[in-house]
Design a binder for this molecule. Structure first.
Ligand code: ZN
Length: 380
């Protein structure tokens, strides 16, 4: 047969839209074409898939005209996540694996030239989108991504280390499976997350000596969810106190933990040891408005979304660009940020607690007993 269909997902914000990878093999001048509004990263999949199939000891249909369509065509797609579904589509279309067995599975994974599977961005966000929409499907992902995705309750997630591990599951007969080249070890497994029952550890406010008044204010701000501005001379402990603020907040419930982890996973920054830990994001004051609130094409979350259900700490507050600070208004009120770029629009959650710190004047010692202030009145 010359046509195969493999299911995958594209990511746009926290939405994971279904993508069908259609592969058609025809007779004609040998070629390998990718269509369906694909970005450069996806176009490079051609070379990776070709090398991965050949190096894994599988057959690449060199003498065929290969057309790969990622449908729907109007949905933008980025990154190498479609390597694995494209490779499987080619194998199914050329009869090396059983097309019927692929039904009910969704695949995502980047391939190395040797056929190893590399983790993809946003695996947890993808699993969460499936969970909230009530889509029942088996997700097949690279091992690291599968461990991330398995944190979402109720999903069926399989992890694999190598393309051959996946291929072995979908060949038509056991006899064909035995003819496949051997991999070092069996990398295929159903991944079930083991919930960590230990409460997350934060830096403790009790470690800070003195500062009784400030600690009281921090506690009140944490209890009421108020934004906070600390003014004090350099070295007075503002940053140290702010870094301990997240430890005052109540433990995350599972929904908060999932949302927070999904945003981190979109930025490729999620680590399992950060599970259920309230994030503290402290962008530098040279950060642009885009870095702070998110942006780019396709839209990526900014620091305020990474601080979702956690703390956004802005040290040297007056040094931030005015446009960057102004852009915080909307998310502070609504708890979400909508990023619109020419054709694409994405919404990210951004419910964070703002803690800001500043020196009382440019030199930092206005009103200090230890040193005189050297600033002019205009500067102050
Ligand atoms: Zn001064």
């Amino acid at each position: 047969m010359g046509l195969s269909l493999v299911q995958s997902r594209a990511l746009l914000g926290l939405e994971a839209a279904s993508v069908t990878v259609e592969v058609h093999l025809a007779n004609g001048l040998p070629s390998f074409t990718l269509v369906g509004l694909v970005e450069t990263e996806v176009k490079e999949a051609r070379e990776r898939v070709r090398s991965a199939l050949q190096n894994a000891g599988l057959e690449f249909p060199n003498n065929k005209r290969i057309t790969v369509n990622l449908a729907p065509a109007d949905l933008p797609k980025d990154s190498g996540r479609f390597d694995l579904p494209i490779a499987l589509g080619i194998l199914a279309a050329s009869g090396q694996i059983d097309n019927a067995k692929l039904a009910g599975h969704e695949f995502a994974g980047e391939l190395s030239l040797s056929g190893e599977l590399r983790p993809v961005r946003g695996a947890l966000a993808m699993a969460l989108a499936l969970h909230t929409r009530g889509v029942a499907t088996r997700l097949v992902l690279p091992l690291e991504s599968a461990q991330e995705a398995a944190l979402v309750p109720g999903g069926e997630v399989y992890g694999a280390k190598h393309l051959l591990d996946v291929v072995r599951q979908f060949v038509a007969t056991d006899e064909e499976a035995s003819q496949l080249p051997d991999t070092a070890d069996d990398g295929w497994a159903r991944i079930v997350a083991v919930p960590d029952t230990n409460p997350p550890r934060y830096a403790d406010l009790a470690e800070v000596k003195g500062h009784t008044g400030v600690k009281r204010v921090l506690e009140i701000a944490a209890a009421g969810g108020h934004s906070l501005l600390m003014v004090g001379e350099p070295g007075s402990g503002k940053s140290m106190l702010a870094q301990r603020f997240a430890g005052l907040l109540p433990a995350m419930n599972i929904d908060e933990a999932l949302e927070s982890a999904a945003v981190a996973s979109l930025g490729g920054r999620f680590a399992t040891e950060r599970w259920r830990v309230r994030p503290t994001c402290a962008p530098h004051h040279t950060a642009s408005a885009v870095a702070l609130v998110g942006g780019g094409s396709p839209p990526r979350p900014g620091e305020i979304s990474r601080a979702h259900h956690g703390v956004l700490f802005l040290d040297e507050f007056p040094e931030f660009a005015r446009s960057a600070l102004e852009s915080l208004r909307e998310p502070l009120e609504t708890g979400t940020i909508t990023i619109a770029r020419a054709a694409r629009r994405a919404e990210f959650p951004a419910r964070f607690q703002l803690v800001a710190a500043m020196n009382p004047c440019p030199c930092g010692y206005l009103g200090s007993s230890s040193r005189p202030c050297r600033c002019t009145p205009e500067q102050v």
